[in-house]
Design a binder for this molecule. Structure first.
Ligand SMILES: Nc1ncnc2c1ncn2[C@@H]1O[C@H](COP(=O)(O)OP(=O)(O)OP(=O)(O)O)[C@@H](O)[C@H]1O
Length: 448
């Protein structure tokens, strides 16, 4: 039997007053594969542990198949957990490790047939008599999966089960997990900070930031219609280009979005999404362009909906089948604080110092957003650097725009190249980081 799992307004505090999960509501259908995705420390494991019964919610309800389950002991929840560190008993063989929970459940039954059937399913039948120290990482994780599967639980809870493995094995086991959970039809909640893993495994992905749900949707939706700049930046590689822009909507001329030294001129007649941007006239916004939204081509090659800008080649990253070109277009990048990991220490000190500055203002505007502002419009205000010469965010190479292209372009540092931006792939976010183009599905009531 596969289980429905619901969280209703669930919050968790370990320390009084500090919520690591904030009013989280999720409905996971029987047989669904749901991925909890977010950066380190955003509360993913805590959510999983509350579903498993290993942590009590401070507020809210956990429901299993619709029934209130906050007080149900872990052993009565019929869920199996798989951990990052395998958690195998070192003194037991694979056979004993896989059979252990079966012995606990039914001490008088012979676990042998189920252990062997599970091992065959996972391709580890020949490893049953080995001990954990005689197994590779991938084999250990298969045994750990076997221990979870053999019980025939009604849900799997997996906490970064692949993160200790090398990239090749990770991809391989990822495909196995996808196939296995589909075959078994068991509800699975899977925690990861790896967006690629989330996108390839999940029926739906729940993106968390600072304990707050940012978006819940299919991989396709969170990629194509991110609700805010954090989701846009967290999902997709290379990371979406985020540039500071200003909406220019003169009464007597073409509407455009200024990007520092250049502008995106919005083609007439304006589509509905661009018409709706008119109310932002004069306001700062964040422009999001994924690498596939921009191509290296001359203005004369423009297709309908494409507008021309240009960029100076700063760096060329050869990737074999494609090339990532880092360009300087004369615009300023916008930062997403939680994702600029190497900056964390200096950034948080800077944040404290600048509480009254732009961060404070943004925090104020963000209102109830406990996780703080989603975006920092000006990196120089974060770093205290010279406004005219903002350094590239740490961990990123110079340039404000990364474009993907084929390896046949002969590109050199310092070349000026023509670019075409496909406005069908234009994202615009407001100063709080909320997506305003494409327009949100439900527009606010204009009477409000
Ligand atoms: N037992 C605990 N006592 C106090 N604080 C805790 C405890 N467990 C977790 N936390 C804190 O709660 C926050 C969320 O932790 P959690 O492990 O859920 O995050 P995560 O998203 O799973 O992170 P990671 O990907 O690094 O495992 C963190 O700030 C963490 O330090």
């Amino acid at each position: 039997m596969s289980r429905a799992i619901s969280l209703h307004q669930v919050s968790k505090s370990y320390t009084r007053g500090v919520r690591v999960v904030e009013r989280l509501s999720l409905d996971i259908a029987p047989g669904e594969f749901l991925v909890l995705l977010g950066p380190s420390g955003c509360g993913k494991s805590t959510v999983l542990r509350m579903i498993a019964g290993l942590e009590d919610p401070t507020e809210g309800e956990v429901r299993l198949d619709g029934a209130y389950a906050n007080e149900l002991p872990p052993a009565d929840r019929d869920v199996a957990m798989v951990f990052q560190n395998y958690a195998l008993y070192p003194g037991m063989s694979s056979r004993e490790n896989i059979g252990f929970p079966l012995r606990l459940e039914a001490p008088n039954a012979d676990p042998g047939p189920r252990v062997e059937a599970t091992a065959r399913m996972l391709g580890i039948a020949d490893l049953l008599d080995r001990f954990p120290h005689q197994l590779s990482g991938g084999e250990r994780q298969r045994v750990a999966m076997g221990r979870a599967i053999a019980r025939h639980p009604s849900a799997f809870l997996m906490d970064e089960p692949l993160s200790n493995l090398d990239a090749k094995l990770r991809n391989h086991l990822r495909a196995e997990i996808a196939q296995l959970t589909r075959t078994l039809g068991v509800t699975t909640v899977y925690v990861t900070h790896d967006q690629g893993e989330a996108m390839s495994l999940g029926d739906r992905v729940a993106v968390l930031r600072g304990g707050v749900l940012q978006q819940l949707g299919t991989p396709r939706t969170v990629y194509a219609l991110p609700e805010n700049v954090f989701v846009a930046a967290f999902i997709g590689t290379p990371r979406i280009n985020l540039l500071r822009g200003i909406v220019l909507a003169p009464l007597d001329g073409a509407m455009s979005i200024g990007l520092g030294r250049q502008a995106l001129v919005l083609p007439e007649p304006l589509c509905l999404d661009h018409q709706l941007l008119r109310v932002q006239q004069g306001r700062e916004v964040i422009v999001g362009l994924r690498s596939e939204a921009v191509r290296l081509a001359r203005p004369s090659d423009a297709r309908p909906g494409e507008v021309a800008i240009s960029g100076l080649v700063e760096h060329v990253e050869f990737q074999g089948h494609e090339v990532l070109v880092h360009l300087n277009t004369g615009s300023r990048p916008a930062l997403v604080p939680d994702l600029e990991a190497p900056r964390a220490a200096a950034g948080s000190a800077g944040r404290r110092r600048k509480e009254g500055g732009v961060i404070g203002r943004l925090r104020g505007r963000a209102g109830g957003l406990r996780a703080g502002p989603v975006v920092v419009l000006d990196p120089s205000e974060e770093t205290g650097a010279d406004r005219d010469d903002p350094p590239p965010p740490d961990g990123r190479l110079p340039g404000d725009l990364i474009v993907r292209t084929t390896p046949d372009h002969a590109l050199r540092h310092g070349m000026q190249v023509p670019l075409l931006v496909d406005l069908a792939h234009l994202f615009v976010f407001d100063q709080r980081g909320v997506r305003i183009c494409p327009a949100p599905a439900r527009l606010p009531d204009l009477e409000e």
